[in-house]
Write a protein that binds this ligand. Structure first.
Ligand code: PMP
Length: 372
C-alpha cells in the first residue's frame, strides 16, 4: 500500500551500485579503501577557527538565500576578474550538489534532452530523470577525451543542456583548452545551456585548468569547497552564471534548501585566502605513484586531475572484478557500471595515505597477474 504512494520519479534510479561496495566493505576489518570520493586532508586550521568563531559569535541564523555578503562579494570579485562579463551573478549553495540540483530544476523540463558524457558523475543522470528530462550519452571511451563532433551529432531540437565536468569524476581527465573552447562555442552557437561542474578545478596537475566560461558567457558554473578545502561535510558550494538563471536558482533555493549553512559561509570567506597548493602537490605525487604502479599492468589513460584513476579490468566485467578484489583482498573500489553504460573499467580514488596506495597497488598488480 505505502509503495503505491511513492512518486514514479523514485523508481527511475536506484542506489545499488555504490551501496553494494559499502555493504561488502562494512564487513571488512582493515580494508584498503580506494572507494572514497573525498580528500584525506582536513579543513585548514584558520578555516576551522573561523567556523568556530562564527558559531560562538551567534552567526547561526538563516543566511540570505543568495548567500552572505561576506562570501558572495569575495567570490564575485574573483569571478568578475576571471570572466569580465558584467551580467554574471552568484548564489551560495549547499555544496556543489545544491548548485547542480537548483540549476537542473531551473532548466530541465519534461522531454528536454540533456547531453551527458559517458562515463560521468553518478548524480547527473538521476537529476535529469528527476526533472523529467531524457539523458543523451556521448561516449568518451577509450581515451575519455571530448570529441566535439560527437556532441554536435547528438544535438536535436530538444537538446536543452550540456553537462560538462573537468577535471572529471570518475576518469581524472582534464579537458585541454581547445576542447573546452570547442564545447563552449558549440553550446553558444546552438543556443544550448552549458553547465560546467568545476568542483575539482584546484586539482589539475599537468596544465592550468580552463573553464568554458572563458569562451561562453552563458556558462553556468557549479563549484564548491568540498574537495579543495577538505570540507565535504560542511555543505558549502556556489554557482555563477547569467543573472536571469541565477536569480531563478535563488528563488528556488528560497523554497527548497532555504540557504547554505551560515557559519560555514563566514569560514568559506576565510578559506578563499588559504592556499591549498601543498595538498595539490601531494596529490600530484599520489597520482604519479598510482600511474607508475599500474601502467605496466592495466590499460590506463593517465589522469591529469581530480583524485581518480579509471583503469580497464584485465578480465571479466568490472562488477565481477571489483567483487573479487573486495572479497579476496579487501580492496574497495567502484565498478565502472556505476558511472557508465559500460562495465569495463573501475574507479580508484587515491585520496588516501601513501601506505594505503602502496598496499592497493600491490594487490592490483597481483590481480592483474591472475588474468582469469
Ligand atoms: N560534482 C562532482 C563531479 C563530484 O564528484 C561531486 C562529489 N563527489 C559533486 C559534484 C558533489 O559535491 P558536493 O559534496 O560539494 O556536493
Amino acid at each position: 500500500m505505502r509503495e503505491s504512494w511513492l512518486a514514479k520519479r523514485t523508481q527511475t534510479f536506484d542506489a545499488s551500485g555504490i551501496r553494494r561496495v559499502f555493504e561488502l566493505g562494512a564487513r571488512l576489518e582493515n580494508p584498503v579503501n580506494f572507494s572514497i570520493g573525498q580528500p584525506d586532508f582536513d579543513v585548514p586550521q584558520p578555516v576551522r577557527r573561523a567556523a568556530i568563531e562564527a558559531i560562538e559569535s551567534g552567526k547561526n541564523r538563516y543566511a540570505l538565500s543568495q548567500g552572505m555578503p561576506v562570501l558572495r562579494e569575495k567570490l564575485l570579485e574573483k569571478i568578475r576578474q576571471l570572466y569580465a562579463d558584467g551580467d554574471r551573478d552568484l548564489i551560495v549553495t549547499c555544496g556543489t550538489s545544491g548548485g547542480l540540483v537548483l540549476a537542473m530544476m531551473a532548466l530541465v523540463e519534461p522531454g528536454d534532452e540533456v547531453i551527458l558524457f559517458d562515463p560521468g558523475f553518478v548524480m547527473y543522470p538521476v537529476l535529469v530523470r528527476l526533472f523529467g528530462g531524457v539523458e543523451v550519452y556521448v561516449d568518451t571511451y577509450p581515451n575519455f577525451r571530448i570529441d566535439v563532433g560527437r556532441v554536435e551529432a547528438a544535438l536535436t531540437p530538444k537538446t536543452k543542456l550540456i553537462l560538462f565536468n573537468s577535471p572529471a569524476n570518475p576518469t581524472g581527465m582534464v579537458a585541454q583548452a581547445e576542447e573546452v573552447q570547442a564545447i563552449a562555442e558549440l553550446a553558444f552557437r546552438h543556443h544550448v545551456a552549458l553547465i560546467s561542474d568545476e568542483i575539482y578545478s584546484a586539482f589539475s596537475y599537468d596544465f592550468p585548468f580552463v573553464s568554458p566560461a572563458r569562451f561562453n558567457p552563458d556558462t553556468i558554473v557549479v563549484d564548491g569547497f568540498s574537495k579543495s578545502h577538505g570540507m565535504p561535510g560542511w555543505r558549502l558550494g556556489f554557482a555563477h552564471g547569467p543573472r536571469t538563471i541565477i536569480q531563478e536558482m535563488i528563488k528556488l533555493q528560497q523554497y527548497s534548501f532555504v540557504c547554505a549553512p551560515q557559519p560555514f559561509q563566514w569560514a568559506g570567506a576565510v578559506a578563499l585566502d588559504v592556499p591549498v597548493d601543498e595538498h595539490i602537490d601531494q596529490y600530484r605525487r599520489k597520482r604519479d605513484k598510482i600511474v607508475a604502479g599500474l601502467r605496466d599492468h592495466y590499460e590506463l589513460v593517465p589522469p591529469s586531475g581530480a583524485f581518480y584513476a579509471f583503469p580497464k579490468v584485465p578480465f571479466g566485467t568490472a562488477t565481477e572484478f571489483v567483487e573479487r578484489a573486495i572479497q579476496e583482498f579487501e580492496l574497495l573500489m567502484i565498478p565502472g557500471s556505476v558511472f557508465s553504460q559500460c562495465d569495463t573499467h573501475f574507479r580508484i580514488s587515491y585520496a588516501v595515505d601513501d601506505a594505503t596506495i602502496d598496499r592497493g597497488i600491490e594487490i592490483l598488480q597481483h590481480l592483474a597477474r591472475m588474468k582469469t
